[in-house]
Design a protein around this ligand. Structure first.
Ligand SMILES: Nc1ncnc2c1ncn2[C@@H]1O[C@H](COP(=O)(O)OP(=O)(O)OP(=O)(O)O)[C@@H](O)[C@H]1O
Length: 275
């Protein structure tokens, strides 16, 4: 049976309390342990605001957030943050250590973790993001993508049960992005961590178990890729779906239903398609 680790109930929020219009209105959603939920939506639809509310950086005007059965409030947010980690889009100003490894170790030192355990976690996290060879470098001298990997390692070392990624892979080159997506899929599978990823990349969103679509601060739709990309024709679908629609237009005998990348590859291999 699945356990719900994030539960959001009728959440509403506005930055300027003098204004009547909400930035987020009556948002309700859940994330299960080991589930990957992608949050998509146009610019300004409230995705980052939702992420900041979930990790307790800002406080809701009404509604409830429950993280691993603890209701988020001013006193509980410190306890909650042990379970939920966030990586932002821009890694600048997130560094504290003078070397990459010190930086990843910093949050662990604050937990008074024994040295051996800390070293193990830092080595493992740097290895996962492919940054072991730059461990003695000054983080401020790294490229944008390398900084982003260090920021991700810093959060992974804490072993949160829930990982929030706010467009955290945007700075990465395509190969690094693919590698990190595989790391995330493995973490989900092997460690049962839950992932909430905010993204504009529909190929990345299609890897999630479910996708939630925000529009003007409200939940417009929520479902699997299969359900969402069929129900929302205005969304730019992931590549396999674009290809499927093109082949369909050309009267190829392709199934008239959403296909994942793997399903598309299997179909192409089987169909011996001639161009
Ligand atoms: N600190 C802030 N103070 C006031 N308004 C803000 C603040 N941060 C965001 N907003 C406003 O809240 C709305 C939602 O912004 P948010 O950053 O959550 O959207 P988003 O969906 O993450 O957008 P994007 O895809 O462009 O990153 C926008 O209208 C934005 O102008």
């Amino acid at each position: 049976m699945s356990t719900t680790v994030v539960e959001v109930e009728n959440l509403s929020f506005r930055y300027d309390k003098r204004l009547k219009e909400n930035i987020l209105s009556n948002i309700s959603m859940t994330v299960d342990q080991g589930e990957w939920l992608a949050v998509i939506g146009p610019n300004g639809s409230g995705k980052s605001t939702l992420a900041q509310l979930l990790v307790g950086l800002i406080e809701a005007d009404s509604g409830k957030i429950r993280i691993k059965n603890t209701v988020m409030d001013d006193t509980s947010k410190w306890k909650v943050r042990r379970h939920i980690g966030i990586v932002f889009q821009n890694p600048e100003n997130q560094f504290i250590g003078t070397t990459v490894q010190d930086d990843v170790a910093f949050s662990l030192e604050n937990l008074n973790m024994p040295y051996d355990e800390m070293k193990f976690r830092v080595d493992q996290a740097l290895d996962l993001v492919g940054m072991s060879s730059l461990r003695h470098h000054d983080p401020s001298q790294l490229s944008g993508g390398q900084k982003q990997r260090v920021a991700i390692a810093g959060i992974l070392a804490l072993k949160p049960s829930i990982l929030v990624l706010d467009e955290a892979l945007v700075m990465l080159d395509p190969k690094s992005r693919r590698e990190l997506l595989t790391v995330l899929q493995n973490l989900k599978r092997k460690e049962n961590i839950s992932i909430l990823s905010i993204t504009h990349d529909m190929n990345e969103a299609a890897l999630a178990d479910r996708i939630i679509l925000l529009e003007s601060g409200k939940v417009k739709n929520c479902g699997t890729s299969e359900q969402l990309f069929v129900a929302e024709p205005d969304l730019e679908p992931p590549f396999p779906e674009l290809l499927r629609r093109e082949l369909l237009k050309r009267n190829r005998n392709i199934p008239n239903e959403y296909m994942t990348e793997e399903e598309m590859v299997n179909w192409l291999c089987k169909s011996r398609l001639t161009v």
